[in-house]
Design a protein around this ligand. Structure first.
Ligand code: C5P
Length: 399
């Protein structure tokens, strides 16, 4: 489902080689359902043509404060009224300075000052010496204080051949930042701890005992919680997924490592969401060397050891976080989930049918608490995660 349906975005380009990425961003914004009006400074049009941006956006591109196409000659007012955001990509050193000081000497800078309550987001792009210059840092700090959202910059190789901080974020990162910006900040100021993925219990250096879990639901929840304004720590077993933006991830393998990582942080968390498919048993005697097939055909004998129940342990902490568990069941979802909720001593457990959720993009979640069950419609894991975060924010008692 498109993430920006019904949104009208003003995409402002200022002078910088990263302008070539703005064309890609424009396409991505449109793919997500946004209507995009492009405004360019004179310097931006040295790097990419207005014709390119007009052909891609299918709408007039605006360059000049004196543009006669606006009947009232007030393009700077007309464009911003009813807009959902002004997004400056790339934002040059000069343009950040102008924004910080309220200068208005061309169409884009003027509409930024004239925009009223329309949010302003900017993705800085410049040489690392320019970004770290005290004046630029002062301007960036002033813009943050003024409520402007800065997206990046990133570290890395730069068009000038040097390396450092100041490189513009990639179009998909900027798109995700804009989508995140529009999510309600229902967990602002909250510290959220999440487990995700499988655990992996070594048998020998090359073999493991694990659970089938892609980690997608836990990662979607980490992203949704971060979008909702929380500080999120994700304790993750082995997955192939990228860490969601703004989330700090701790990689673990064994359940005992996951337990240690969680218990070290549980006391500081307001909310603990246990999504990981933790292996119920580890191997008591993993071999230090690769086990060999025996000539007599005898399989190896493995000693199992019960793993700690991380969620139950966190739930038992005297001043611990509010706990939300997950239960993937193959049958009797309601009975098993409610029994698990009681056994672990947690206020909420979220159930789904393993055969539907496993390896799937979509999921149907059922939220169980002491009042009963509430089913969320089948939807993408990200949408389900956002809905669940909304439910949690509305139901978690304030400490
Ligand atoms: O005990 P069971 O695996 O059925 O319960 C599932 C819930 O408990 C999930 O939230 C899972 O992350 C959590 N869990 C845990 N530690 C375990 C087993 C499960 O935190 N050892």
């Amino acid at each position: 489902m498109p993430e920006l349906s019904g949104k009208r975005i003003i995409l402002g380009l200022t002078g910088g080689i990263a302008c070539y990425k703005s064309a890609e961003l424009l396409r991505r914004l449109q793919d997500e359902g946004a209507t995009v009006d492009v405004v360019m400074t004179a310097a931006a049009s040295r790097f990419i043509t207005a014709e390119t941006m007009q052909a891609l956006s299918g709408r007039p591109v605006w360059l000049d404060a004196w543009d006669a196409r606006a009947d009232n000659r007030m393009a700077h007012i007309n464009l911003t009224r009813g807009a959902d955001a002004v997004l400056i990509v790339p934002a040059s050193t000069d343009f950040l300075a102008k924004l910080a000081h309220g200068l208005a000497d061309d169409l884009l800078s003027t509409l930024c000052v004239a925009r009223g309550a329309v949010p302003l987001l900017a993705a800085p792009a410049m040489n690392h010496e320019m970004w770290t210059h005290p004046a630029t840092q002062r301007n960036a700090a002033q813009l943050l204080a003024d409520g402007v959202t800065l997206i990046g910059p990133a570290e890395g190789s730069q068009a000038c051949g040097e390396t450092g901080s100041g490189r513009m974020m990639e179009p998909d990162q900027i798109l995700r930042a804009l989508v995140a910006f529009f999510q309600p900040k229902v967990l602002a100021g909250r510290q959220v701890l999440i487990t995700a993925g499988p655990t992996s219990e070594p048998i020998d250096p090359v073999r493991v005992l694990t659970n089938r879990s892609s980690g997608r639901m836990g990662y979607a929840l980490a992203r949704a919680a971060a979008e909702a304004g929380a500080r999120v720590t994700l304790v993750s077993g082995p997955t192939a997924l990228p860490c969601p933006d703004g989330v700090s991830r701790i990689d673990v393998r064994r359940a005992t490592e996951m337990r240690a990582a969680v218990m070290a942080r549980a006391a500081q968390a307001h909310l603990f969401i246990a999504v990981a498919a933790v292996a119920d048993w580890g191997i008591a005697n993993p071999s230090a060397i690769k086990l060999k097939k025996q000539a007599d055909g005898q399989p190896p004998v493995l000693d199992f050891v019960q793993n700690p129940d991380i969620l139950a342990e966190v739930a038992a902490l005297p001043d611990g976080p509010w706990c939300v568990g997950f239960a993937a069941e193959t049958d009797h979802l309601h009975e098993h989930a409610q029994a698990k909720r009681a056994r672990k001593g947690i206020p909420v457990i979220v159930g789904n049918l393993a055969q539907q959720a496993m390896d799937a993009e979509d999921t149907e979640l059922v939220i169980f608490d002491r009042h009963g069950a509430q089913t969320l419609p089948r939807q993408s894991k990200l949408q389900a995660a956002r809905a669940l975060i909304g439910w949690i924010a509305a139901h978690q008692p304030s400490r």
